[in-house]
Design a binder for this molecule. Structure first.
Ligand SMILES: [Zn+2]
Length: 139
């Protein structure tokens, strides 16, 4: 990992410690990258600034975790799934989405409700904070 990228990652985690979920906005084309990257994925510019994201997002796909692959540190997440999430600002990422059960997934798939609304939350892992998403209640 380059030193510059390390610095970006460091700032991202420092912001999380202060309760702020941040991405990087490209000053050239306006694209917002999340999780933050050093150079814009859309135009390659390195002229980027930190912005707080709204947290609003949509989940486009749902992958239930395989029970046997469940890592112990994931236990405190409760029910969750993996999925492709697009934040309001436009960036897409693969993320953990809490509050998803097999039953909910079935209902969402049967009623063709994707994408479903969710929002970003700060999750305390062992010794550091990270970002997960919570399924919005009204689906
Ligand atoms: Zn750009």
């Amino acid at each position: 990992m380059s030193v510059k990228l390390e610095k970006v990652v460091e700032t991202f985690y420092e912001n999380l410690e202060q309760g702020r979920i941040t991405g990087r906005k490209c000053k050239q084309c306006g694209a917002v990258e999340f999780p933050p990257v050093y150079a814009c994925n859309s135009c390659g510019s390195t002229d980027m600034e930190w912005v707080e994201i709204s947290g609003k997002a949509k989940m486009y796909s749902i992958v239930m975790p395989a029970p046997l692959s469940m890592k112990p540190e994931y236990k405190s997440l409760g029910k969750f799934a993996y999925g492709e999430v697009e934040i309001e600002e436009g960036a897409r990422l693969n993320a953990v989405v809490r509050g998803m059960t097999k039953k909910k997934r079935k209902e969402i798939m049967e009623n063709k409700k994707l994408p479903v609304s969710c929002h970003a939350a700060i999750y305390q892992r062992d010794g550091y904070k990270t970002v997960v998403f919570d399924l919005d209640e009204e689906q």
